[in-house]
Design a protein around this ligand. Sequence first.
Ligand code: TPP
Length: 640
Amino acid sequence: MSEAYRLLSQIVNPLDLKKFSDPELHEVAKEVRQAILDKISQTGGHFSSNLGTVELTVALYAAFDMPPDKVIWDTGHQAYPHKLLTGRLPRFETMRKHRGLSGFLKRDEHELDAFGAGHAGTAISAALGFAEARDQLGTKERIVAVTGDAAICAGMSWEALNHAGELNTDMTVVLNDNRMSIAPNVGALTSYFTRLRSRPYVQDIAQRAKGIIERIPGPAPRIAAGLRHGVTHYFAPESTGTIFEEMGFEYIGPVDGHDLQTLLEIFRNLRDVPGPKFVHAITVKGKGYEVAEEDATKWHGVVPFDVAACELPKKSSTRAYTQVFGDAMIELADQDDKVLAITAAMPDGTGLIGFSQKHPDKYYDTGIAEQHAVTFAAGLAAGGLKPFCTIYSTFLQRGYDQVLHDVCIQNLPVRFCMDRAGLVGDDGPTHHGTFDISFLTHIPKMTLIAPRDATELREMMGFMADYNKGPIAIRYPRGGVPENLPESRSPIEYGRAEVLGIPGVPRGQEGRPDVVIVAIGSMVTEAWTAAQQLADEGVKALVINARWCKPIDIDTIGAWAAKTNHVITIEENVRIGGFGQQLRDQLGDASIFPARFEIMSLPDDWVEHGTQPIIRGEHGLNADHLVKQVKRSRANSGLA
Ligand SMILES: Cc1ncc(C[n+]2csc(CCOP(=O)(O)OP(=O)(O)O)c2C)c(N)n1
């Protein structure tokens, strides 16, 4: 192991930190920061958030006894220091690679990943559960939750604080406040944290207290005792009355989250204080790497880069769906005053930055509050506007009941735009958007569409802007738009699929195809490529771009299905409740039963992380697998 990690390489378990002196712990912190810089610049991954949690993590892990103590990280994208202090340095090069370390926390990756994470706002609830389980079972471990200033704005975090304050359970919540979500944090709570930050730091108070103590005659009063009641309480009456104290927590803060020595003292003093405690640590996202400190959003998640150059490689010139979406939103709002865009803390990821600049009065960022974003959009729609509620597929899962109860029961024309629908790649199972066909199409009144390419995305959004009859959602994948599809296209019509035909055969002269491939969204390009390959081998594969997940165009698809013995569907969604199952069901209702009906979709299991091409390939969702599937099926039925 390199000399750069002299101490870190000796740590397989946080208890190993106990053998180091405080000055050595400062060295460990330096090595952790260096490892993040060295390794993430090679592999890519979450960067600036992790540089901000180095001292916090070292201090917590040195002060607490882990195991059995447990630290529950919110979201998990800032937990690389945790991974490094739990013996994963030798595997760090595999970060976010297929079969390598996950970029988030996973219980089955490591026993000290006490609770899995990926979506924000869960840590305090889970920690409270752990703390209550401990009390029920009569064990003694200490429980800590670490959450961010954006994650704590999620409704769930407040539900948990509310509950924890009432239960008066022994646990510590650490707020890692760097003022940043991925973008700058938003909301009234953020302004409140700013006011708290402007109070004297615990370090300064402790210093002042020490001065006072030294001047008091008699036995030295105890700083630790001061901490017991909150140094801030005792020596700085102006620091009392935070919302956290009102909710039953002992509030310690603000504290400089990079001052390792003070953090060590605070956590060592605090660990055995009973009841709920709240430590407000002020950190800097990107700490220690200047350009990342200056532009933490740009350096939030990175591809491999040259550390010395302090620059990220230029983004690929391939046009991404996200960009097409962002540009189309601007055009729609240019043309129609009623069009609004909503994001839940993802202005960059959803492509809405340009919109927020061009139409600031039509743009809303709710913070990490997907449930609220959905119901807020429902209110806007009920109030006569045209809200485009823009939430990644995976995060809309948070708003399922709001979609059902607030939007669909009332049949309100909210436009849902789900970026990252399908397999997202390196972020893995917490982030794949592979459930939305299933969880949206079974809700009455919902309409769900998926474009095959950039032009279709723009056209479908135009359709959505004009569609006022009820809720409508669109799903589109992460990544570049495909370019290998036929340029001729039919207009977007409610509930109408598009027949792309058989490659090389003029439309109208297809006759009886050997196989009909019905593809949805991202899979249309794969289907067309497969059909081209099959055509070269003399197999007539007719491709239908389904466009509508709901309502399925059973007339068009049924007519072609009735002309062939073989139908294959392909989609980036789980099989259960997916497009293929629903099509088969509806064809059955129409008494159309092709001899072979095959569904290519995702299994009833978690799909791990890896690049999109790797995991699509692993699950058979690409042109090559489609070709193989057709040939295998034909061979099995004696046709090949
Ligand atoms: C429910 C949910 N919505 C959105 C996201 C996307 N997301 C990942 S990290 C992040 C910002 C988190 O900021 P904060 O909690 O302050 O932690 P920091 O990165 O600043 O340490 C967001 C919005 C998510 N993971 N989960």
